[in-house]
Design a protein around this ligand. Sequence first.
Ligand SMILES: Cc1ncc(COP(=O)(O)O)c(C=O)c1O
Length: 514
Amino acid sequence: MKYYDKLIFELSKPGRTGYSLPDSFDAAQQQLPFGNRASKLACSPTPCAPFQGDVSLTGGTVRGGTASEAQRWGPTKSDVSEGQAAVSSIVWREAPLELPEVSEVDVVRHYTNLSQMNFGVDTGFYPLGSCTMKYNPKINEEIANMPAFTGLHPLQPESTTQGALAIYVGMDKALAAITGMKHFTFLPCAGAHGELTGLMLMREYHMSRGDLARTKVIVPDSAHGTNPASAAVCGLEIVVVKSRENGLVDVEALKPLLGPDIAGIMMTNPNTLGLFERDIKEIAELVHACGGLLYYDGANMNPLLGMVRPGDMGFDIMHLNLHKTFSTPHGGGGPGSGPVGVSDKVVPFLHIPRVSGFHGNFGIILRAYAYILMLGREHIKMAGKLATLGANYIKESLKDCYKLPIPTVCKHEFVFDGLLEPNGVSTLDVAKRLLDYGFHAPTIYFPLLFHQAIMIEPTETESLETLDAFIAVMRQIAEEAKADPEMLHAAPHNTPIGRPDETTAARQPVLKYE
Ligand SMILES: Cc1ncc(COP(=O)(O)O)c(C=O)c1O
């Protein structure tokens, strides 16, 4: 382990500070917003740079002199007046925070090293299937960082936020044009959140018609796991429709499932195998004829941009993943945005339910809007075409080394089912070995239809040279599997962390330093 790979707490030495400010430091008279003070102080220069003098908080002042405990560690309940403590009893700490005491250089080295252990679209090729990890244009960041936007407060009077509201209107129109839906709500903050919102709208629609028996939703066996999960959270019963050998929904198997208890069907098109559901028109007619609605999971919208619209395919409700198709960053679990669009007949229910505060993730919507305007009507069509071309190029270049269960032309992504000559080497071994070569692993073991699934989605923002380099490495790994399977079982060899126990790490994460 390198010295600076230690935890920040392990680098701590009592009494050490990052830097200190002169006694007369004007900013010591800071007005910190009420309600934010605890976190503000915890991540303010304290304790690395203790506030000198009095720290003025909205609603009171913490008396401090020079570098008192309250200044170094943030005020606790005992540092403030009785009245203050009573008013805001929830936010005051009972005991001082135990923060690490480190020098500036330790802080910089620690966090710089930490940032370099991460893998992102800015550091390398990220072919994560079902995720559309496309490059996040930096112009979007600049726009989202403009003070006119960052300084906005959601409770400002509407008369002062007309510019921001105009962006929502512009985005609503742009997404309506791209998808063929009538209007969108921007409240949902992720794809799965959009699914839940869309299903709640579906339920509202049926309830408004007194159609209370529609308690089931049909989900294909190839669906993303969030589809049945969202349906279950919404209180709907899930009915699975199976796919045919060619990976598409089996229309004959669908027919007997349709009836007066069906609220609708959830579909992804192209589906999670990267295949366009060619029977979608017939499926839409069948579902509508039985009184159900069609929900479109738009996480796979990238290859269809500017080419085909879910509204024209017959879908009534849909979500988009702005953090996929529209190039906004995928943070570690957020922030995202999953706007939900609806056709005419669902418009009256659009703002029921209200699923998040204010108007969703404005900064993300802004970035996505910048992306759409930057590409414009004509160029946006290129995104899907190039993504499709890239996926087919990789697929065809590797199918003599990796098992291709569905050999047809794909859209933006496709699935291999392990190595053609595995020699005991699993999909997990291949994925781990890719990390040694500086590529992020593709999605593995999903979709569940294949036991050794390797799902690859290159996205349109990758050059031919990058795709060729990835192909060469995948071929190299196939050779290594034949020659030295043990070496692959032990991969990765060059990353800061090898093979952690991922299940324990996910189920029992250790998030505290003690
Ligand atoms: C097909 C599909 N649907 C839904 C989702 C859920 O989106 P989110 O992760 O934003 O909740 C994903 C995410 O990977 C997906 O690939």
